[in-house]
Design a protein around this ligand. Structure first.
Ligand code: NAD
Ligand code: IPM
Ligand code: MN
Length: 351
């Protein structure tokens, strides 16, 4: 089997972790007998500074026939984030209808949670984040710039289909896990969109009588992600709430540098895109110390998506064995002093 993978390193540590990790994925594909052909797209902020666009006008058309996309991260300290992100990352998620953003959180052996009293395996849940609409619909405007009566409007959009499909997928996932689903909203304040979301959760729950449903307000959920992360199994949330919760989830399981993510179009009509949860990290970019493990675990999600489960498991196992080994190199986010290159070289040996 030969796969065509589009690779978009992006900006900052996005390029560092992509350069470090793609050779590991290529090696993995050789070991497991499939071809992994990559096409690299040097799209991002450097391109924007030269040509005024993050990607070419026909960017999506160029990616459309890939079997999957691997993306590093996007964001540049000298360009407004709304320009870079709306110029590259977000149009791919929306354009390819990648309506599930799947973000697993696992506390691995050898990793100390900042929370007291948690051992390996105690925390193991997955967030299904709505990924194409909601608060990220970007409908609105800004009028009367600079005047006292200036106004900015940013509308959120929740459609029946858009909400139903992510909720449905989250319930489905719960049936393959521990059968528990937590839906996170803010329906005490947002009486339209979030009450609508709650209604849909109730409707869909009737198709899944074996799944236990818990409904939490997002402020309370943020607290409980820290107070009792061990109780979560599948969490479903809107685009913005899912974004915020998954940085918390990454942190309670050790580091943002360990958190993988997949933007998935379940129908396969368009390619899915895999990227770590973290961003371009300008505070450490250029130092060669970014943790590449989020990107490696992201690669495992990509392999799994292609149906290459053995290759996916080999990557995850190598990461687990490295983390469990006290003498193995670790980047500073995990309390060590190793470089990105040292961590990937060690992983290569384990593979
Ligand atoms: P960030 O995720 O880039 O960094 C947050 C903190 O975590 C920083 O201290 C950073 O050094 C650390 N960190 C992140 N990844 C790490 C890794 N692999 N290893 C070690 N430490 C790591 O978030 P931010 O600082 O809010 O955003 C920086 C830029 O990235 C902004 O332009 C933002 O818009 C963008 N961003 C992009 C994505 C994406 O492309 N998917 C995601 C988040 C943020
Ligand atoms: C993420 C990021 C993006 C998001 C930003 C960069 C637009 O924070 O992937 O978590 O909010 O989706
Ligand atoms: Mn985020």
């Amino acid at each position: 089997m030969a796969y065509n993978i589009a690779v978009i390193p992006g900006d900052g540590i996005g390029t560092e972790i992509t350069d470090a990790v793609l050779p590991l994925l290529e090696r993995g594909s050789e070991h497991h007998g499939f071809d992994f052909e990559t096409t690299w797209y040097e799209w991002g902020s450097e391109r924007y500074l030269q040509d005024g666009a993050m990607m070419p006008e026909d960017g999506l058309a160029r990616l459309e026939h890939s079997d999957a996309i691997f993306l590093g991260a996007v964001g540049h300290p000298n360009i407004p984030d709304h320009v870079t992100l709306n110029g590259l990352l977000l149009p791919i998620r929306k354009g390819f209808d990648q309506y599930i953003c799947k973000r697993p959180s696992i506390l691995y052996d050898g990793i100390e949670s900042p929370l007291r009293g948690y051992a390996a395996g105690d925390i193991d849940f997955v967030v299904y984040r709505e990924n194409t609409e909601g608060e990220y619909a970007n409908i609105g405007g800004r009028e009367h710039r600079g005047f006292d009566h200036e106004i900015a409007v940013q509308s959120a959009v929740f459609t029946r289909e858009g909400t139903q499909r992510v909720v449905q997928q989250a319930f489905e996932a719960a049936t393959h896990r521990d059968g528990r689903l937590t839906s996170v909203t803010k329906s005490n304040a947002q009486a339209h969109s979030m009450v609508f979301w709650d209604d849909i959760v109730q409707e869909v729950s009737e198709e899944f009588p074996d799944v236990t449903v818990e409904e939490l307000l997002v402020d309370r959920a943020s607290m409980d992600f820290i107070r009792r992360p061990e109780t979560f199994d599948v969490v479903v949330a809107s685009n913005l709430f899912g974004d915020v919760l998954t940085d918390i989830a990454a942190t309670v399981t050790g580091s943002l540098g360990l958190a993988p993510s997949g933007n998935i179009n379940p129908s396969g009509a368009y390619p899915s895109m895999f990227e770590p949860v973290h961003g371009s990290a300008p505070d450490i970019a250029g130092q060669g110390i970014a943790n590449p493990l989020a990107a490696v675990l992201t690669g495992a999600m990509l392999f799994e998506h292609l149906g290459e489960n053995e290759a996916a498991a080999a990557l995850s196992t190598a990461v687990e064995s490295q983390l469990a080994d006290e003498s193995a190199p670790r980047t500073p986010d995990l309390g060590g002093s190793a470089t990105t290159a040292a961590v990937t070289a060690d992983l290569e040996d384990r593979l």
